[in-house]
Design a protein around this ligand. Structure first.
Ligand code: ZN
Ligand code: ZN
Length: 826
């Protein structure tokens, strides 16, 4: 009598046992090769949803696979615990952010444990605990010492709803990434990290295996463009400035400039505007300030602008060029001024048409006879209307004009980047305090290392003021200067939480180290991360920051590598009822429910099976029921006992055993290759097929008990990473020693995977016509088709239709095709 599969019972039992035995605790002196498998650590939002499971479970399966492959696997877990949501919860519900966060961590830890992963919990890191953020602050000091952190006044992205400054990366199409409010701009004194110093290096991904999509996003984000900065002369009485500089990638078109456009916020606008244009200009400036960046840059919006009544001089031809302002030019990009070349730029063309500005061709299209252009011509051509440069192909013109401008001192070749320095100040409480002190005498003074951490005071008041609650906390703010001991004030801003996640993967190697952020020899041993998995949404934030951080640490001599993650893999998204899950749609899948009903193993296996991991798929209740039934079948298959039918002939037995061995080895090969390539859905399909095949073998009872045992042992080992609890239980119940998770991954024998072959004799009307080598598994239908398709047989069958054609088949040996000619009898 077989006991029923009871996942709740066995899962709890094994999780307890693994924890007691510290089965997954990672040793530092393990001689096996290391494998660092990292999943992006979760934010402490409070509940583990199915998206977390989709990130964590397949990653765990792969880590377990490598563990069985003979690696010393580090697969740690922790919590990204600082940030706005905790503070918002504190404001709206009156719970302290620390309490809220730690309660959430308790719940998430319980949920994460229910997955049955090989996390080494002794290495857990929590970024909001002083023993962690002490080192986040320490890194800030190091960056400051090395000239990579600086304070500056800058227009910043301001979210009016969250009441805080946002990094460029947190502004999505002009809206707050967190709350969706339109982002406006403000000037504030802020701390920045000099990520732009690494712009070129951040565009390179050589030596690392990352998805092309992410590499392209990062390159575009850094946005390098090579061109020339050109000075236009300003000759306005009463204005000190003598030039306006523009950046262009097309200096070859400079003779075609017929207007210049400044950003409405450009500091020269007020100085240059003529009295008669003042009212119109001021109104336009006020209007554009009210618009978001996205509205200003929208391609659908018709570009408009205002002439300000002033001119610059194009030094190349001495022409006066009218100055306009238009909101599509942003002060924060480039110089805040652009030259208008309507003949060779689509946007400028539309602008010139609208305001009736001249359009002068300077790059002739092929066959051009001087006629007016119907649209901007942006392709290569020959230079015209360009004085001494006429007749040059424009690609040469780019160099020739740049040379000329540089000789004259009117311009210089330069490279610009879209990337801006990383703004890390947050006017918020729930983050690591920036360890800086302001002294009236000494200026900005770093907190001495021995005084770290600068602790967050527990008793802050949470009000949505737009300023850090720390600003109103007297004991926190008031301190003494470490240099002169005079009364001084602390910095009250906290750090962007992306700072905490820029180094957590180093801390996992030595989470209890208290003399340094990490033990150098351990980081040398474990890093870089061999496989980093997580969502693609982190492409230009976390993943770019972590790379910058690593490169900065490398240059400080703290680590000896420049790329933290050797391989990156982005999983897809699980949706439900073909839609993104959301509370309002009522289609949120709660993993806890499925775990308590069908077991964690069923949830794990289903998530692996539902779709290719990188694509993600649609959660479906009948799908997970199917997977659960498969696990039940497995259970019964292995525990129902097997008895060999002693009556079968030796020949039949040997054939059945050869087949069983072949299919077993084929399955090992398929599952191993799929595991290596993270193709989990086809891996599960192979395991299901193998299960079905074994069920048939069990029915026919043709193989010896020892062969049967070997095959189900193999199946269990192949299942162990995917359904670790079920595999452990069955391993024990089938007479093995604990633990299956310390066993080696099965290996396949290439020779045994080969299909057996036989020679098929083909006759027509009893006469030998062909011999064909076919796989032994060829079916009767296939054999007849193969025989009829033989080129030596075809001529005898021409024009003959059933019923005048019959086949006689001898299993595994012969096809005799009996053909009846017209009016003949066979
Ligand atoms: Zn917001
Ligand atoms: Zn001082």
């Amino acid at each position: 009598m077989v006991i029923k599969y009871n996942p709740q019972e066995i899962e709890k039992k094994w999780q307890q046992k693994w924890a007691e035995d510290r089965l997954y605790e990672v040793s530092e002196d393990d001689p096996r090769p290391k494998w660092y498998a990292l999943t992006m650590f979760p934010y402490t939002s409070g509940d583990l949803h199915i998206g977390h499971w989709y990130a964590e479970a397949p990653a765990d399966v792969h880590a377990r696979f490598n563990r069985m492959q003979g690696y010393n696997v580090l697969h740690p877990i922790g919590f990204d615990a600082f940030g706005l949501p905790a503070e918002n919860a504190a404001i709206s519900r009156g719970i302290h952010p620390f309490t809220w966060t730690m309660q959430n961590i308790d719940n998430m830890r319980r949920q994460l444990k229910s997955i049955g992963a090989i996390y080494d919990w002794s290495r857990e890191v929590v970024t909001c605990l002083p023993e962690y953020y002490k080192w986040t602050q320490w890194f800030f000091l190091k960056l400051y010492e090395n000239g990579l952190a600086y304070r500056g006044k800058a227009p910043v992205n301001w979210c009016p709803r969250c009441q805080t400054v946002l990094a460029n990366e947190q502004v999505v199409d002009g809206f707050c990434e967190r709350c969706g409010a339109a982002v406006t701009r403000r000037d504030l004194e802020q701390w920045f990290f000099r990520i732009t110093k690494y712009a070129d290096e951040l565009m390179e991904h050589s030596g690392i295996n990352w998805p092309e999509r992410i590499r392209i996003m990062q390159r575009n984000w850094v946005g390098k463009s090579v061109g020339t900065e050109i000075s236009f002369a300003l000759e306005q009485p009463g204005v000190d400035e003598r030039e306006i500089r523009v950046f262009t990638t097309r200096p070859d078109t400079t003779f075609g400039v017929t207007f210049m456009v400044l950003a409405p916020e450009h500091p020269l606008v007020a100085k240059l505007t003529s009295p008669d244009k003042k009212a119109e200009v001021e109104e336009y400036v006020a209007r554009s300030r009210r618009q978001t960046e996205i509205e200003r840059l929208s391609t659908e919006k018709e570009k408009d602008g205002v002439f300000i009544g002033a001119y610059v001089v194009n030094r190349l031809n001495g022409e006066k060029v009218p100055i306009w302002i238009a909101d599509y030019v942003l002060l924060s990009y480039g110089t805040g001024a652009v030259m208008g070349v309507p003949a060779h730029d689509e946007r400028d063309f539309a602008f010139a048409k609208k305001y009736n500005l001249p359009i002068r061709v300077v790059i002739a299209p092929p066959g051009w006879q001087g006629e007016e252009l119907e649209e901007a011509y942006i392709e290569p051509g020959t230079m015209v209307n360009s004085a001494q440069f006429n007749g040059l192909p424009n690609e040469q013109g780019i160099e020739a004009i740049s040379d000329f401008l540089e000789e004259k001192g009117w311009g210089k070749r330069t490279t610009t980047y879209r990337l801006r320095d990383w703004l890390i100040s947050r006017q918020r409480y729930w983050g690591a305090p920036i360890p800086m002190i302001y002294c009236e005498k000494c200026g900005i003074v770093p907190v001495p290392e021995k005084d770290l951490p600068v602790l967050l005071p527990e008793d802050a008041e949470f009000k949505p003021t737009g300023e850090s609650p720390l600003k109103y906390h007297e004991q926190f703010v008031n301190t003494v200067c470490p240099q002169c001991s005079a009364p001084a004030k602390r910095e009250t801003d906290t750090m962007d939480t992306f700072m905490c996640s820029s180094w957590y993967f180093l801390r996992y190697t030595s989470p209890n180290c208290d003399a340094a952020p990490f033990e150098a020899d351990r980081v040398r041993r474990w890093l870089p991360v061999d496989l980093y998995t997580g969502g693609a949404e982190h492409a230009v934030m976390h993943l770019l920051y972590a790379r910058f951080f690593t490169k900065a640490l490398r240059d400080m001599g703290l680590v000896d590598f420049g790329e933290p993650f050797s391989r990156l893999f982005n999983q897809g998204v699980i949706i439900a009822k073909r839609q993104k899950m959301s509370k309002s749609r009522g289609n949120v899948i709660t993993p806890d429910e499925y775990v308590s009903e069908l077991g964690a193993d069923a949830v794990r296996a289903y998530l692996m099976f539902v779709a290719p991991w990188e694509q993600g798929g649609d959660w479906n209740d009948s799908g997970i029921s199917g997977v659960s039934r498969w696990l039940n079948r497995l259970w019964n298959l292995m525990l129902g006992g097997y008895s060999w039918d002693g009556e079968v002939s030796l020949a039949v037995r040997q054939k059945a055993e050869r087949e069983l061995s072949r299919i077993t080895h084929q399955t090992i090969q398929k599952v191993t290759e799929d595991m290596e390539k993270l193709r989990f859905n086809t891996m599960i399909a192979s395991l299901m097929e193998f299960t079905n095949y074994l069920a048939k073998v069990k029915e026919t009872k043709a193989v010896a008990a020892s062969s049967w045992k070997e095959s189900i042992d193999t199946l269990l080992l192949l299942l162990a990473p995917t359904v670790p609890h079920l595999a452990e239980e069955l391993w024990q119940q089938t007479g093995h020693n604990y633990s299956i998770h310390n066993q080696s991954w099965p290996k396949w024998d290439e020779a045994l995977t080969k299909e057996e072959e036989i020679t098929l004799v083909v006759q027509v009307n009893g006469k030998l016509r062909d011999r064909i080598i076919v796989p032994a598994s060829t079916t009767e239908v296939e054999a007849k088709q193969i025989a009829a398709a033989s080129t030596r047989v075809e001529p005898y069958l021409a024009g003959i239709e059933p019923p005048n054609i019959r086949y006689i088949y001898v299993q595994g040996r012969l096809v005799n095709i009996v053909v009846k000619q017209d009016k003949e009898t066979v």
